[in-house]
Structures are given as structure tokens and as C-alpha cells.
Design a protein around this ligand. Structure first.
Ligand SMILES: NC(=O)c1ccc[n+]([C@@H]2O[C@H](COP(=O)([O-])OP(=O)(O)OC[C@H]3O[C@@H](n4cnc5c(N)ncnc54)[C@H](OP(=O)(O)O)[C@@H]3O)[C@@H](O)[C@H]2O)c1
Length: 303
């Protein structure tokens, strides 16, 4: 199949390219600027495509005629979104409209990657049928994009995910595992939130889940995350335990101690029964995810 992946330089994008290319699909990877994908994700072809360039998006999609568009590119940092609202709306909502229109022009299916941040965080973990109520601008723009996809005439699936972690390939930003590991290794004290909950998602599971949706031609909304409901502090403890790092450097704090531009939903995380039943999605535990990222690095193991 011909699969177009946006945001291919990002954390999910890099693994999605690897997943689909590895399964023998013809992958068209697009990102901003030069290609930062590692060589081992080949074969794929990479194109620099600004998702906010309406004409460029339509021209590229109509020229390449993908059968599936996995739209993963986004302005994905809530604080940046809060402070740059116009650019955020353009990247997250308008760009999704451009890809939806382009998908319609070539009769492609669209998989839109969304987030737990569309929910309020008052009463998570959430099912696909729960009512969204975002508490920050990032969540608002992602929800508005979901509505565009849902109201379109194309075949669509919306994949919502939560706190994605995985190995940083080239140039992707840090995540909970790499952030805790790097700081504790440098003996930097860190403050870690203990009153939020999430179901952290191993990036390879997410890429596999997206692949399952394509293979099964599933449609509708799917929650794809890990299964374990954990606080960031509990996650940090598992990271420290795995590597045998000094936990006394970690201070347990409430989210309210951080004065961040964007409010965070307190209790999110997903119930993933639907994906398990309909797709055969089966994510690893958080500890298994850490082990997959850093095999053989477990404290006390013979190195
Ligand atoms: N990471 C999470 O915890 C999480 C949780 C829930 C949902 N999600 C969703 O999952 C998707 C993938 O996120 P991620 O974690 O892989 O984020 P990421 O690493 O920041 O990747 C997003 C990619 O989008 C690209 N992008 C942004 N604006 C663009 C533009 N105008 N033109 C072309 N490319 C552009 C970025 O390019 P640059 O690299 O050049 O900046 C980046 O490579 C996003 O839709 C996000 O909302 C992520």
C-alpha cells in the first residue's frame, strides 16, 4: 500500500515510517526541513513538506496519490501552543483540514493522531465515547481537528494516544524515560509530579496499533496507549529502579508547583478495551517498555 506519513521526523513519525516500511509498504515520509530519519528505517522516500502550506499539501498529495495518510505532524508542546495560538491553530487544525481535503481529492483514508489532552482530566481514564472538554489551547486545536475529520466524507480513523515514550532517534525531543534517566545520571535533582495520572505509551506499540488499523481497515475512534495507570512520579521510580539510579534526587510534587503557560489535565489515561478486542492491540507494561528501549542495561545485570 502507498502510505503517506506526516511528522516523519518526530518521535511517532520515525517509528511509524519504520513500522510501515518494515512491513513492505511504500512509504512517503514528509517532515519539516531535512530528513532526520535514521538509515535503518529505509526504504522510504522523504519530502520536505510544510503542513500549513495549503497549496503545497494538495499538490503533493494529488501527485503522490497515497492510499492512506497517517497525519502525525502537529505543534505538540502545550506551552508553545498556548503562547503561539495562531501558529498552533494553523499547524493543528487548519493543516488537518488541508490533509482531509487532499485525502478526499484522491480517495485516501486518513488516520488522524490525536491526544488525551482533548479531555478535562477530571475523571480519567477515558473511553472513546467519553465527552471531550480540553483545558488548554493545544487540546482545543486537536479537538477541532478531530471534528473536521469526523465531519468529512473520507474514510477516517482517529487514534488518540497518551504520553508517548521511546528511544530518541535522531533529533526528536526528550520524553519521560530519557528525561529522568539523563538527569539522574548527571545527579541533577528533579521535581516529579505525583498528582497527575496517565497511561504511558511505548512508541513501538503505538506504531504497531496504527499499522493494525490500516491492515484491518478499521474506522472510527481508537484509544491506543499503555494499560497501566501511573503518575509521572511512579514512572520516574521505575526508570530509576531499572537503571539503579539515585531516587533521593527525585522530589515528589503536585502539578500546581509548576507555573506553566498551559494547564495540564490532571487525570487522563485511556481504557483500551476497544483496541484490544477489535484490533488485537496488546501494549507492553511501562517496565517492559523501558527494557525494550535499553535492553541489558538493567541494574545488577551482567553487562
Ligand atoms: N508525544 C506525546 O506524548 C503525544 C501524546 C498524545 C498525542 N500526541 C500526538 O502524536 C502526534 C505525534 O507526536 P510526537 O510525539 O511524535 O511529536 P513530535 O516529536 O513533536 O513530532 C511532531 C512532528 O511534527 C512536525 N511538524 C510540526 N509542524 C510542522 C509543519 N508546519 N510542517 C511539517 N511538519 C511539522 C515537527 O517537525 P519538527 O521536528 O521540525 O519540529 C515534528 O517532527 C502529534 O499529533 C501529537 O499531537 C503525542
Amino acid at each position: 500500500m502507498k502510505i503517506l506519513i506526516t511528522g516523519a521526523n518526530g518521535l511517532l513519525g520515525q517509528y511509524a515510517v519504520k513500522q510501515f516500511a518494515g512491513a513492505g509498504h511504500e512509504v512517503m515520509a514528509t517532515g519539516r526541513g531535512g530528513c532526520r530519519l535514521p538509515d535503518n528505517a529505509k526504504p522510504y522516500q522523504y519530502t520536505d513538506l510544510d503542513i500549513t502550506d495549503k497549496k503545497g499539501v494538495l499538490a503533493y498529495v494529488t501527485a503522490m496519490r497515497p492510499e492512506v495518510i497517517v497525519h502525525a505532524a502537529a505543534m505538540a508542546q502545550p506551552d508553545t501552543c498556548e503562547l503561539n495560538r495562531e501558529a498552533c491553530y494553523d499547524s493543528n487544525t487548519n493543516a488537518t483540514l488541508y490533509f482531509t481535503e487532499a485525502a478526499e481529492a484522491v480517495s485516501a483514508k486518513m488516520l488522524y493522531i490525536s491526544t488525551d489532552f482533548i479531555f478535562s482530566g477530571d475523571d480519567g481514564p477515558y473511553r472513546e465515547t467519553d465527552k471531550p472538554a480540553p483545558v488548554n489551547y493545544y487540546g482545543e486545536t486537536k479537538l477541532a481537528a478531530e471534528q473536521i475529520v469526523r465531519q468529512s466524507k473520507i474514510n477516517w480513523a482517529i487514534v488518540r494516544t497518551v504520553l508517548v515514550y521511546g528511544n530518541i532517534l535522531s533529533g526528536t525531543r526528550s520524553n519521560i524515560v530519557t528525561w529522568v534517566k539523563e538527569n539522574l545520571e548527571k545527579e541533577n535533582p528533579i521535581k516529579v509530579v505525583s498528582d497527575q495520572v496517565r497511561t504511558p505509551t511505548y512508541v513501538e506499540d503505538l506504531a504497531r496499533g496504527i499499522h493494525l488499523i490500516v491492515e484491518k481497515n478499521a474506522m472510527g475512534i481508537y484509544h491506543l496507549s499503555g494499560k497501566e495507570v501511573l503518575t509521572p512520579y511512579e514512572m520516574a521510580v521505575q526508570v530509576a529502579d531499572y537503571f539503579g539510579l539515585n531516587k533521593t534526587l527525585m522530589e515528589k510534587v503536585d502539578a500546581s508547583v509548576f507555573t506553566q503557560p498551559a494547564q495540564r489535565p490532571l487525570k487522563t489515561g485511556f481504557i483500551i478495551d476497544k483496541a484490544e478486542k477489535e484490533l488485537g492491540y496488546s501494549p507492553v507494561s511501562f517496565m517492559q517498555g523501558i527494557r525494550k528501549m535499553f535492553p541489558g542495561k538493567e541494574a545488577g545485570m551482567h553487562k
